[in-house]
Every structure is written in C-alpha cells, then in structure tokens.
Design a protein around this ligand. Structure first.
Ligand SMILES: Nc1ncnc2c1ncn2[C@@H]1O[C@H](COP(=O)(O)OP(=O)(O)OP(=O)(O)O)[C@@H](O)[C@H]1O
Length: 303
C-alpha cells in the first residue's frame, strides 16, 4: 500500500461514505497512531472524530468492541456513529466516526488545575473501567495518550484498539503499563490487568520526566514491580491513594469494583480548576464591593 493519508485527506476534504452515504467535512487532523489517523470532521452541525485506516483488519477489532459498547446502556452509548469505507482512486479505505472528545491528558489537566484533582480523576477512570468490565471486556491499552480529561474532571477513554474480551490474550498494550513487562503477571485479559495499568497510569501522569527516564528501556532482569512501588511511595501527589495503587500493582485486587470501592473510602482534597477558582474569587470580590456600596448608600441616606 503506497498511498499516504496526506494524499487522501486534507483540510476541507469532503468525505462521503461508500455504503451509508453520510457526508463528512474534514476540519483538521486530531492525531495519529499506529492504526490510522484521526480527523475532526463536521457532519450536519455537529463535530465528530473520524478514524481512517489503511487496512480494514486493523480497525475491525476496535469497531467490533465499539459496536457492542455503543449499544450498551452505559456512558459509551452512541459513542460510535458510523462505520464505512471511503472510496478513493479505485481503492477503499475503512473509517469509523465516533464522539469527538475535547479534552486534555491527565498530566496536562493536573499541571493546569492542581494535584487535588487526582482523586476525582482516578474515580472517573475507575467508573469507566468498571462499566467496560461489566460488559465482559478489558481495556488493555491503558496509557496517558488514551484518556482525555474534560470539563470538571470527567474522563473519556479513546482508542479502543486494545479492548479485549475477558479471558483472551491482551491484543494491544504499551510496555511500561503492561503487567507482563514488569514480571508481575500474565497478559491474560482480566480486570487485574487493567488495574495494574491504572496504577502505572497515575504514576506516569504525575511523575517528572527525570524520574521516569529510561523506564521503558530496562532489561528484563532489571525490571520488577518494586521499582514502581518505590516511585509510588516517593510521589507526593499520589500519597492519599498510595495504599490502593500499591495493592493494584501487587495484584491484590481481582476486580475494578473492589478498587472503586477502596478509592471511594480515600480522603482527597478537591479544589476547583484554576479558571473556576479565579471566577469564584471575582464573584466574592464583586459581592463584597456591592455590600460596601449598599452600606454607603444606606449610611448617606439616613445621615
Ligand atoms: N474520539 C476522539 N476525540 C478526540 N481526539 C481523538 C479521538 N480519538 C482519537 N483522538 C486523537 O487521535 C490520536 C490517535 O488516535 P488513536 O490513539 O485512536 O490512534 P491509534 O492508531 O490507535 O494509536 P496507537 O498507535 O496509540 O494505538 C489520539 O492520541 C488523540 O489525540
């Protein structure tokens, strides 16, 4: 396959599905990965994310999982809008269209809004994973790039390429998050696999680059779960949830609902994001000024 995506799609390309005939206007590239490129598109008046692949087999497994989740009575309902092919110069390119998630990575969100958001973000990730697990799937490829935080700490999962039916071998993973890489268990798709990756996710989203440096290049004989636990124990942001994450790394939880229940018992402080905090202080100031003004009016009126 020699055709590149850049030859097929540019900003303003209008893309019509071969079978379903839906029309999408490409606005810009959102991101790219091993399986394809993701574009922000407009369909009618709404924006969506469209993932275009060069190879149908690569997209098929994530489409299959998304179809099931999209029909479920969960927060993933209606996540998938369309699955089709784009016919271009005699060849078919598979694509699917999904909800557009406008958000930032956990690391960016924490950097902008403060570490006190960790509790809520962790809770929201766990809620998502519990929903997925209850449907019989494991997410598999948990990593910083595959989660976006939007609004007031809401978390959305993106890239369902690693979603695997429970009991099978995890089909797509990223080494640092992988239980097998650390010699801490198998690559079999069970809830504990995602819980291990969840712990690594929180570590890697809050650690400095310096402390994480080289962690993905360790020789097998030099890797062990104790290295992650040492990072965890000396990470001040994760201090409130350290015992739960440590147990997740050691494989003490067999289900995400156990972790969720333990998470709910933790004590986190919660602050408003910087923008809301500013808004709140302006409101307080405005209120105090109006009170003073009111007092002055009353004073001058009566004297
Ligand atoms: N629904 C979405 N809303 C907004 N942005 C998205 C969405 N889906 C994907 N993206 C963006 O596109 C990028 C690539 O998407 P995705 O991770 O699905 O590709 P991939 O080929 O499966 O990647 P990988 O090589 O990590 O498996 C993401 O990192 C993200 O920035």
């Amino acid at each position: 396959m020699t055709t590149s995506f850049d030859q097929i799609i540019q900003s303003d390309t209008v893309l019509t599905g071969k079978w379903n005939k839906a029309v999408y206007q490409v606005e810009r590239l959102l991101g790219e990965g091993a399986n394809g490129k993701v574009y922000l598109v407009k369909h009618g008046k709404r924006q969506y994310a469209l993932k275009l692949g060069l190879d149908a087999a690569d997209l098929q497994s994530e489409v299959n999982a998304l179809k099931v989740l999209s029909k479920s009575n969960t927060s993933f309902q209606n996540y998938l809008l369309d699955v089709d092919d784009f016919h271009y110069q005699g060849a078919d390119y598979p694509f699917y269209v999904m909800r557009y998630i406008k958000g930032q990575t956990i690391s960016d969100f924490i950097r902008h809004n403060g570490r006190d958001w960790m509790g809520l973000i962790g809770l929201n990730i766990l809620r998502k994973l519990v929903e997925l697990h209850e449907r019989g799937y494991v997410f598999g490829d948990i990593k910083v790039q595959n989660m976006l935080v939007c609004g007031y700490g809401d978390v959305e999962l993106i890239d369902f390429g690693g979603v695997t039916a429970k009991g099978r071998s995890v089909k797509q993973f990223t080494e640092v998050y992988d239980r097998g890489y650390w010699g801490a268990g198998t690559r079999s798709a069970d809830e504990g696999y995602d819980m291990f990756a969840f712990a690594v996710l929180l570590i890697s989203s809050t650690e400095t680059e310096q402390r994480m440096h080289g962690i993905d290049k360790l020789l097998p004989q030099n890797r062990n779960v104790q290295m992650l636990i040492d990072l965890l124990k000396t990470n001040p942001i994760l201090e409130p949830c350290m015992p739960v994450l440590q147990k997740a790394l050691l494989g003490h939880y067999t289900s995400s609902s156990q972790v969720l229940a333990a998470w709910r018992r933790l004590k986190f402080h919660k602050r408003l994001p910087a923008s809301s905090a500013n808004r709140e202080s302006w409101l307080k100031l405005g209120f105090t000024v109006s009170l003073l003004f009111f007092g002055l009016v009353v004073y001058f009126y009566w004297t």
